[in-house]
Design a protein around this ligand. Structure first.
Ligand code: ZN
Length: 395
């Protein structure tokens, strides 16, 4: 169960597996199947070759009594070198009868992600019933799933979507250092939510993210440590709500801020620049700055290099001499000051509601005058805090 290697995510390499096993065992590994041949003594040799560079933590092989199921819808997807990418499921023989089951989603998930991100990066994609400490392990081109999920069966399409998203983010574009693990887990978490949005609609997508937000705002690790946690030397400790949920949520807030066309252009630009390579958070920032023309240093720093979330106190003031309304935001607590996009609702004296989007500066006390005029003092001014990672109190 070991490979002599420099076990660091940035040290990527192509890999060949030549496996001699008892005949009748199915052997699955990274990349393309080169062939099998019978050996003396009822043994068999199987050879797999991965021609794309992959990190050691994504190298894998399985050998066991496995039944094979080829997904036939669609027959294949075009990969990044025009290759025909087929998807195959390997399970223990007693589970063969309920296939494809949740893997019926694997074709549409691939179509969705290749449309958003770019062509699939590997030769094939195997989904393997296995043993792994987690629900799934995104080994490059050979996803391993926890065998217990097959026995119930309890495997859902959200897990399949998460692991498939990793083929692009984590596997093809790999975090240069473990501290940037959110580039893998945060992206996979958010792309699983994109699958939810595609297949179950906007309301379910928003509800899933609202649940994620509550979990983030209640989490002690998120509260005390930044997502990019360079002081954490044990990569296993980074498998937490910072890397997964908060990382994914930072992408969600970025999409809300930039809008769909700019956000998805940024995703494609970032992926195309670093596929089959490595990246850090600065590479993501630069890609989004390039497509948006905005400076995003403050955005990435405040959400990823600082522990916790924003805790602004928000009030408002009316200036009757000019009929203007200003939003006053105080951020002088321990969380520090964030640059925050705020959705403000002004209910005027007649009861009519006007919604405005303003950005409050990262300052201990910021006053932002709303565009527009109100001849009489509004009845109320409220701030919508459903999307932001913020606990807003009244000033
Ligand atoms: Zn993951």
């Amino acid at each position: 169960h070991w490979i002599a290697s420099v076990d660091h995510p940035a040290d990527k390499a192509t890999v060949n597996f030549t496996v001699r096993a008892p005949a009748g065992r199915t052997v699955v590994a990274n990349g393309e199947l080169l062939g099998t041949r019978r050996l003396a003594g009822s043994r068999q040799e199987t050879r797999w070759r991965e021609t794309r560079p992959i990190s050691t933590y994504l190298m894998v092989l399985a050998a066991g009594s496995l039944a094979r199921y080829d997904l036939r819808e669609p027959d294949c997807h075009y990969g990044d070198q025009g290759q025909c990418v087929r998807q195959t499921i390997y399970v223990t023989p007693e589970n063969r009868h309920w296939l494809p089951g949740p893997f019926m989603a694997a074709g549409p998930i691939m179509t969705l992600f290749e449309g958003i991100i770019g062509p699939f990066p590997y030769e094939k994609l195997a989904h393997v019933q296995s043993t792994t400490r987690f629900g799934g392990m995104e080994n490059a081109s050979a996803i391993f799933y926890d065998g217990k999920l097959f026995d119930k069966p309890a495997l859902g399409d959200a897990t399949i979507a998460h692991e498939m998203a990793h083929q692009w983010f984590g596997d093809s574009v790999t975090e240069r250092e473990w501290a940037h693990l959110w580039l893998s887990e945060g992206f996979a978490t958010y792309f699983a939510a994109l699958w939810t949005q595609f297949v179950r609609g906007d309301i379910t997508y928003r509800a899933e993210l609202a649940k994620m937000r509550e979990a983030i705002l209640a989490d002690p690790v998120v509260s005390s440590r930044p997502v990019i946690d360079s002081t954490q030397s044990d990569p296993m400790s980074l498998l937490n709500k910072n890397s997964y949920e908060k990382g994914g949520y930072v992408l969600y807030m970025l999409r809300e801020r930039l809008g769909d066309s700019v956000f998805f252009a940024g995703i494609r630009t970032y992926y195309a620049a670093h596929r089959h390579g490595v990246a850090t958070t600065d590479d993501v920032r630069r890609a989004f700055e390039g497509v948006s023309g905005e400076q995003l240093g403050q955005y990435f720093d405040q959400w990823l290099r600082r522990p916790g979330w924003a805790e602004p106190s928000v009030g408002w003031a009316y200036d009757s001499s000019v009929g203007s309304v200003a939003v006053v935001v105080q951020q002088d607590g321990t969380r520090g000051a964030y640059e925050l996009p705020l959705m403000v609702s002004v209910t005027d004296s007649s009861g009519a509601v006007r919604q405005l989007r303003v950005t409050t500066p990262a300052a201990a006390r910021g006053t932002t005058v709303l565009p527009g005029r109100w001849p009489a003092k509004p009845r109320s001014v409220t701030v919508d805090d459903r999307v932001l990672l913020a606990r807003i109190t009244k000033l």
